[in-house]
Design a protein around this ligand. Structure first.
Ligand SMILES: O=C(O)CCC(=O)C(=O)O
Ligand SMILES: [Fe+2]
Length: 287
């Protein structure tokens, strides 16, 4: 499935004519996504993947899921250290258990639908336009650029804000029960943390802020997770919940820190050490 036709073969181009750069269908899809992102911080492009590939999408995820790094971690919604000095009652003092696990990019085969889509230039350009950006770049991180998020029965992905301003994801396998996506649109802004509202959600009294999304395999979700507190509710039943997370950045060459990489994936690659050393030296020249 390599080569020119990838996009046509994977994406339901009858609904989303991405291969026609100046067509009205593409323009309308972008306008709709932009309007919903502006309104709600979130948009779902339903049935983005061709229906006949939904089972392949699911099965490919299931095959790699055992390669996820499992490590239940004690975190807070801001992903800042738990011993950070903070005033009493600050929502970052509320400790949550992060029970999801990630399959890293280097364990996702090149032929997997999610890997093909993630790297497809016209897909990237389309997503960038939906977010109102000139361009998006693959996160240069060899592990975190593309991941499969695995939430096993009994686990959840608790309330958090993303570090990234734009998040692109796709459910590949739903849970049998639970595993719902909940979010609080724009509960914080670049100007205001709104700590009381966040605190209310984290302690169960924030129903008025919460929206729920019914996601189906093959739907493409675009989301501003940096401003909208969100979670995946506890999964139960026999099946794991799987979702692909496509990480893009607005500048090229960005890579995760050594510490965070070890936490998320249980290992660190030479690229992470090289980037950390280059940041200290201020250049990328050899010693
Ligand atoms: O798996 C999902 O649907 C959400 C994942 C998420 O919020 C994240 O990876 O930051
Ligand atoms: Fe997130």
């Amino acid at each position: 499935m390599a080569g020119f036709g990838v996009l046509d073969e994977i994406v339901d181009t009858a609904r989303y004519p991405l291969t026609d750069p100046h067509g009205s269908g593409r323009r309308e899809a972008i306008a709709r996504a932009r309007a919903e992102l502006a309104e709600d911080g979130c948009t779902v492009l339903r049935e983005f993947i061709r229906p006949e590939l939904i089972e392949t999408l699911r099965a490919q995820g299931e095959r790699i899921a055992p390669q996820a790094h499992y490590q239940v971690e004690r975190v807070n919604a801001y992903n800042i250290p738990l011993d950070t000095e903070l005033p009493q009652g600050h929502p970052a003092k509320i400790v949550l258990e992060r029970g999801n696990a990630f399959v890293p990019r280097d364990r996702i085969p090149a032929e997997a639908l999610i890997q093909q889509l993630y790297t497809e230039p016209r897909f990237q350009a389309f997503v960038a336009e939906c977010f109102g950006l000139d361009a998006l770049h693959e996160f240069a991180d060899p592990l975190a650029g593309l991941t499969l998020n695995v939430v096993a029965p009994g686990m959840s992905h608790p309330w958090h804000f993303d570090t990234n301003e734009f998040t692109v994801s796709m459910l590949t396998q739903p849970a049998e029960t639970g595993g719902g996506f909940e979010y609080c649109p724009g509960i914080r802004t670049p100007e205001a943390e709104n700590l009381d509202d966040v605190h209310a959600v984290l302690t169960g009294g924030g129903e008025r802020f919460i929206k729920r999304l019914e996601l189906r395999p093959g739907d493409l979700q675009l989301f501003r997770g940096r401003f909208s507190l969100h979670r995946v509710t506890p999964v139960s039943g026999a099946r794991q919940r799987h979702s692909a997370i496509f990480a893009y950045t607005d500048r090229p060459g960005i890579i995760g820190t050594v510490e965070r990489t070890r936490q998320l994936f249980g290992r660190v690659l030479p690229d992470h050490f090289a980037a950390a050393a280059a940041a200290v030296r201020g250049d990328r020249l050899l010693d």
